[in-house]
Design a protein around this ligand. Structure first.
Ligand code: CTP
Length: 405
């Protein structure tokens, strides 16, 4: 899919710039040509010489270079490509892009661009979480700029959190998707979405409950990715220790019954993603008083909780246009997930293998996407990357619908 495509790669000043050298090689391996621009700070991290050697073409750095401007002006740079990839994108460059500033070659080319743009941010976690960066990312996403990552993990600055530039393979994948669905799929602006996340907690008595290990991380990442694309997103979240993302409308619930009611109240929506690990059973008779150890050990009678996903997917009036479920399986993952897809009436299922318990609470995930008849095995990815891919697919799906309408 990248064969013959011309990528204009903009390398800004972040430590992840070293990965951009590998990115050039991988793009070229797939038959794409790469022309690169380095910002002034980018050139402090990797040299124009190294970039030029790998790209087999001059690396551009100066806006006011007489020589470059006559041979290859900034307008031509932005015209003679099929897509622009910014990797790494710093908080500073994102701010410039969002504000429409053009005071160096990279920002001028981006402002003059008439091609799809993919951005792979890489920065410190607090810079990424800063309200200014959040605003800039939201604005750019609403303008149709696509994002891949950043991922969570150890950062070069020694801190831990979201901020690592996405892996090279993920950027290549995202560029491929961008080229396949260039502009229309970019934005989910004007769409509404609901996402369920985390566990539910089913009380036994005033001090005890039945629950599970879900952290909510996967659902949080999906809600963030949907909101970053411009979808008006409601996150319905059960009790979890992980702080839910800031800046997203959220409804906090405790039990499965509360979660179902909150979902119903959020309808109608275009997109519904059910990533919550809903407790399958609740205690049949909740004790108003604390159970005491003054007799035989109690036997807990359990009754089945309502299936939130199935209820919403089969809603006669307000079924969301796209219903995405999750399937947590231990063995026969794809077959069981396909059965679940049919049984619960959803359109897509993200199936993961939870054998060994590493997925619950962890940061990585290996999933299959079952979309209608098709099944895709995705490589092991961070939960943020799974979210980015899924939301990319959701955006393309709606872009396809728009084109068909
Ligand atoms: N789900 C739901 N309400 C429930 C149970 C599950 O909305 N009461 C949703 C989950 O959010 C997920 C999907 O259904 O999107 C599948 O959840 P999973 O735990 O894999 O399946 P179960 O329905 O619990 O089936 P089983 O226990 O047989 O695997």
């Amino acid at each position: 899919m990248l064969e013959g495509k011309r990528i204009l790669l903009i390398i800004a000043g972040g430590i992840a710039a070293y990965k951009s050298l590998d990115l050039i090689r991988r793009f070229r391996e797939r038959g794409a040509s790469v022309r690169a621009i380095l910002t002034k700070a980018g050139a402090e991290f990797v040299t124009p010489l190294a970039v030029a050697a790998l790209a087999s073409e001059k690396a551009y750095t100066e806006l006011f270079s007489l020589l470059d401007e006559s041979a290859m002006g900034h307008i031509r740079l932005s015209r003679e490509c099929d897509a622009i990839v910014v990797a790494p994108a710093t908080a500073d460059l994102l701010a410039k892009m969002a504000a429409g500033l053009a005071d160096d070659l990279a920002s001028t080319v981006l402002l003059a661009a008439n091609k799809p743009i993919l951005v792979a941010p890489g920065m410190n976690v607090e810079m990424w979480n800063n309200a200014a960066t959040r605003r800039n990312v939201e604005r750019l996403a609403a303008d149709g700029v696509r994002f891949i990552g950043p991922a969570a993990g150890d950062l070069a600055c020694g801190e831990v959190g979201i901020g690592r530039m996405a892996e090279v393979a993920a950027i290549i994948d995202a560029a491929q998707t961008l080229l396949a669905t260039p502009t229309a799929g970019a934005s989910l602006k004007g769409r509404t979405a609901l996402v369920t996340a985390g566990p539910t907690r089913e009380p036994i008595d005033p001090v005890r409950y039945v629950s599970n290990y879900s952290s909510g991380k996967q659902g949080f990442a999906i809600a963030v990715a949907l909101a970053a694309r411009g979808a008006e997103t409601t996150l319905i979240v059960g009790p979890t220790d992980v702080a839910p993302p800031a800046g997203i409308r959220r409804v906090e619930v405790e039990t499965a019954a509360d979660m179902l009611a909150a979902c119903q109240a959020a309808l109608p929506v275009d997109i519904a993603v059910f990533s919550a690990a809903v407790a399958d059973w609740r205690v049949a008779r909740r004790n108003e008083l604390k159970l005491k150890k003054d007799g035989d050990a109690p036997t807990l009678a359990l009754i089945e909780n309502p299936d939130i996903l199935a209820t919403i997917a089969k809603h006669p009036q307000t079924r969301p246009t796209l219903v995405v479920g999750f399937a947590a399986e231990t063995g026969h993952v794809v077959a069981r997930a396909r059965d679940k897809l049919t049984r619960k009436g959803c359109d897509w299922i993200v199936a993961n293998d939870v054998t060994g318990g590493a997925v619950f609470g962890g940061d990585r995930n290996r999933v299959h996407l079952l979309a209608g008849e098709t099944t895709e095995a995705w490589p092991e990815l961070s939960k943020d990357e799974v979210a980015a891919r899924l939301v990319e697919r959701i955006a393309s799906h709606f872009a396809g619908r728009l084109a068909a309408e």
